[in-house]
Design a protein around this ligand. Structure first.
Ligand code: FUL
Length: 528
């Protein structure tokens, strides 16, 4: 249902100018400038490398081998398991996509406790959580200066409630990083004549001070950025969130357009939004309609068996990139995929996959729905974290403003189950020997041990290189193949059909783009 809404509006965005960023701190470069050759955000070498129709299959592979993640992407990848919290007016109206004209007074959490969210997420092993600060209805969970469709227009807590303030405080106290979902689609701003109103993209001063603005005395850091009326609205809200609730570690953008007549379009000012985020939150990753993190292409939390972090992309205008192949193509990055994309792609970019899925059928809480089973969640974990991706699991707070009791229990069971799947690395402390020239890592477990789970990782600071590798066990005088993989990337977790008993084990890279660096070769016996 929601998949089509995620589709990117590539065709609608035509670039004539790019964002001119200036800040009082950075000295001015005000006004639009034409920079036709500037790569889209995130496609700067070595994170993105230009390709063209003249590239041969061999030169494409050589270029892919040179693409590297940013430090920001490396830190994000290490999170492994992140959470989504869909909470807003829909929690109270029963809708999945609000209308924008709902009465803000419907927002009435009876017992909001964001510490309960943070405890449950921490105990469930989540390292970052993303709150829907604004979903497509435009209702905002903090008292924004730029809309009345927010918590301040609800009688909840006498109009003084601020979910974002409570959320950021609780997460930080529990050692969890903060992410914000700020929907580009905004039904309320459409009804207000701002979204898709046909206004020109022109230089705007951000923040745009409002009458009686409490910030006017403090001379806030200001920026001049190209935007439409609605683009400026987004910039002003981003500014509020990033300057008053920071530090923010992830900004999550959906690519959806509002439910607007077919002759209307809001061409998002991606370049200006990205520039403001980079200036105010330099460590924040921008997902998934953003340059740092790619949507895996489904909402089931499932990565491809072979998930590449280097993928072909095309310039989609306004500083943004889009998939060169279909967003859900079964293969985004093999040699064949690179060759297939060559005629449409402009860059090979480090754009790693994030797998989003809800623990319940809906993204928002609806009474009567049940959380997924531990088996289902564990399977999702193997097919996301175990396949070179980060898991983004949605756990929606209910009308009380609490994570439902059943979900809290399920998260704890899920974490416990993952622990029992990979309880203890038998190779830990056994000093594996690396023969980089031969592409092997060997480990002697000291005595014969049963193994049924294997975890492999490349050191992605050196890119993603492995195209085939075999895991072998020493049986008598011979090495016997236990299992085989094509891609590895930041994390590959394998389940064997039955335990294999051996003392000496090795991982042998049989095909790679450039010399692969193996960072992990872990051997486990599950307790499930
Ligand atoms: C989709 C949205 O339309 C859904 O409501 C949800 O927020 C999901 C994560 O992204 O595209």
């Amino acid at each position: 249902m929601t998949v089509s809404r995620r589709l990117f509006m590539a065709a609608a965005a035509a670039v004539t100018t790019s964002a001119a960023v200036s800040s009082t701190a950075l000295a001015a470069t005000a006004g639009p400038t034409t920079r036709p050759t500037r790569p889209p955000t995130g496609a700067e070498p070595p994170h993105g490398i230009r390709i063209g129709p003249d590239d041969t299959p061999a030169s494409l592979v050589a270029k892919a081998a040179r693409v590297r993640p940013t430090a920001r992407q490396i830190a994000w990848q290490k999170l492994e398991q992140t959470a989504f919290l869909h909470f807003g007016v829909n929690t109270f109206t029963g809708l999945e996509w609000g209308t924008g004209d709902e009465d803000p007074d419907v927002f009435q959490p009876s017992a909001l406790d964001t510490d309960q969210w943070a405890r449950a997420l921490r105990d469930g092993g989540f390292r970052l959580a993303i709150l829907t600060v604004k979903h497509h209805d435009g209702f905002v969970l903090y008292p924004s200066r730029y809309t009345d469709h927010s918590v301040k227009s609800s009688s909840w807590q006498g109009g003084k409630g601020d979910v974002l303030r409570a959320f950021t405080g609780s997460l930080r106290r529990h050692g969890i990083k903060v992410g914000v979902y700020i929907s580009p689609a905004d039904e309320n701003q459409y009804l207000d004549g701002v979204y898709a109103n046909g206004s020109e993209r022109a230089p705007r001063t951000i923040p745009t001070l409002v009458p009686g603005d409490d910030r006017s005395g403090s001379r806030p850091r200001s920026f001049t950025l190209d935007a439409t009326d609605y683009g400026a609205h987004m910039l002003n809200q981003l500014y509020e969130v990033l300057t008053e609730y920071g530090p923010v570690d992830e900004v999550w953008f959906d690519g959806a357009q509002g439910r607007i007549p077919p002759d209307k379009v809001e061409t998002y000012d991606w370049d200006s939004w990205y520039a403001l985020i980079r200036a105010l939150a330099p460590d924040a990753t921008m997902a998934v309609r953003g340059p740092d993190v790619r949507w895996v292409g489904n909402e089931g939390g499932l990565a491809r068996e072979n998930e590449w972090s280097v993928v072909p992309v095309k310039d989609s205008g306004n500083g943004s990139i889009d998939y060169a192949l279909r967003y859900d193509a079964p293969d985004q990055g093999s040699r064949e995929a690179l060759a297939e994309a060559r005629s449409v792609a402009q860059y090979l970019q480090w754009w790693p996959a994030e797998c989003d899925v809800s623990i319940r059928p809906g993204w928002f809480y609806h009474e009567g729905q049940q959380p997924k089973s531990v088996e289902q969640l564990t399977d999702i974990w193997f097919r996301s974290v175990g396949r070179n991706s980060v898991l983004l699991l949605n756990i929606p707070p209910d009308e009380r403003g609490l994570l439902p009791d059943a979900d809290v229990v399920r998260l704890r069971e899920f974490r416990e189950r993952v622990r029992r799947e990979l309880p203890k690395d038998l190779a830990h402390g056994r000093h594996p020997s690396h023969d980089r020239a031969a592409g092997t890592v060997a480990v002697d477990l000291g005595r014969a041990r049963e193994v049924d789970r294997i975890r492999i990782a490349e050191d992605i600071r050196h890119g993603q290189q492995v195209e085939n590798a075999v895991v072998e066990a020493r049986v008598g005088e011979r090495w016997e193949t236990v299992t085989e993989v094509d891609t590895v990337g930041a994390s590959r977790v394998l389940r064997l059909g039955a335990p294999v008993t051996a003392r000496r084990w090795r991982l042998r890279v049989t095909r790679s783009r450039a010399g692969a660096r193996i960072a992990e070769f872990g051997l486990y016996r599950s307790e499930v």
